[in-house]
Design a binder for this molecule. Structure first.
Ligand code: GFB
Length: 320
């Protein structure tokens, strides 16, 4: 592995204060484990970032040189369909407040996160950073996607007027410990782990939404945490960068990995009355590969096993 690989670069520049927003989430929790120097972690319970004056006070107090902005209201396909309006409003407010507070506090570098679900529904494959605004998103995450797209717009506008070095990453489907294991609104990995646990406990079939045919690129939270530390030090482009291994797996194969990790031997039912969402969203990983040709992604088999182990060790004290 080359020396510039994030595997060898988990600490960030000394004498710089880094502020991480949304520290209790998937990537924030993984970042805490990496224990970067001079880093302040903030959570929703401490500071309501939808409130501009609270957000401004936080930045005034911490005076961060750099920010890893992870705070967001997120969910899987179920939550996104149910809360289109509130996800739009809250995410827009959080992002408007955080980027403006950073600017006022003189923050030199800020990385924020979108997601591959924000791409236009009819975008050409593989999904490329340049196409994010070329059409409406898939209807299943309309409000969330439009709010997240504005992160790129705000970052670009701030760069143009105030020369802010604010960059944007686009991870694919992140999973790992500390996720939200809600049965109806969670992302597919945590929801299915929890459902599988209950199916074993209650001796009932495991009900999987949709046909099992859609394909996703799952990325382990710790890998994204390492990449965010790399990017905040090294990525300077005014266009976003996709964070993905580029490896697709079907929901059916994901179910197989989860049930094997949990030793579930019961019946599995695919419920076609539930939404499949986008069929696939393969991403163009060439930009990331150009910078980090040797980045070692956690294989999905290993990541699922670690997530299941974490869930079993922490249940019922998991986020729901
Ligand atoms: O994680 P998920 O909700 O996100 O995965 P998306 C949805 C896929 O998993 C669909 C299937 O094909 C579902 O039919 N699935 C099967 C399930 N069983 C379940 C289940 O129990 N729960 C869930 N949630 N899905 C997301 C956006 O879309 O993409 C997020 O909603 C985020 O905001 C993420 O941006 C990257 O991949 O469809």
């Amino acid at each position: 592995m080359k020396n510039n690989s994030p595997k060898n670069k988990v600490s960030i520049k000394e004498n710089f204060v880094t502020l991480v927003t949304g520290s209790n989430g998937l990537v924030g929790s993984a970042l805490r484990q990496l224990n970067p120097q001079n880093t302040v972690f903030t959570v929703r319970q401490e500071v309501d970032l939808t409130n501009f004056s609270k957000s401004k006070s936080l930045f005034k107090k911490v005076k961060p040189n750099r920010v890893i902005h992870l705070a967001a209201v997120v969910a899987g396909i179920g939550g996104n369909m149910m809360h289109s309006g509130s996800f739009f409003r809250k995410n827009l407010m959080i992002n408007i407040n955080v980027l403006e507070s950073a600017r006022l506090a003189g923050t030199k570098k800020l990385i924020s996160f979108m997601s591959t679900c924000i791409f236009p529904d009819n975008a050409p494959y593989p999904l490329h950073e340049k196409n994010i605004h070329d059409g409406p998103p898939h209807p299943s995450n309309f409000g969330y996607a439009y709010a997240k797209r504005m992160l790129q717009v705000q970052s670009d506008a701030y760069r143009k007027e105030w020369n802010c070095n604010y960059i944007v990453a686009i991870p694919t489907n992140i999973y790992g410990p500390h996720d939200i294991f809600n049965l109806e609104e969670g992302h597919v990995v945590p929801s299915l782990i929890h459902k599988c646990y209950l199916a074993m406990k209650n001796r009932t079939p495991l009900e999987v939404w949709g046909s099992g045919k859609p394909l996703r690129e799952f990325v382990y939270s710790e890998d994204i945490a390492k990449l965010s530390l790399w990017a905040v030090d090294n990525y300077e482009e005014d266009t976003p960068i996709i964070f993905s291994s580029g490896k697709e797996i079907s929901i059916r194969d994901l179910v197989d990995l989860i049930t094997k990790s949990m030793h579930f031997k019961g019946e599995i039912i695919f419920d076609s009355s539930k939404p499949d969402g986008q069929f696939r969203k393969p991403s163009d990983t060439s930009k990331l590969k150009k910078y980090l040709p040797n980045f070692e992604w956690t294989p999905v088999e290993k990541g699922i096993k670690k997530t299941v182990e974490w869930f079993l060790a922490n249940y019922p004290n998991v986020r729901l």
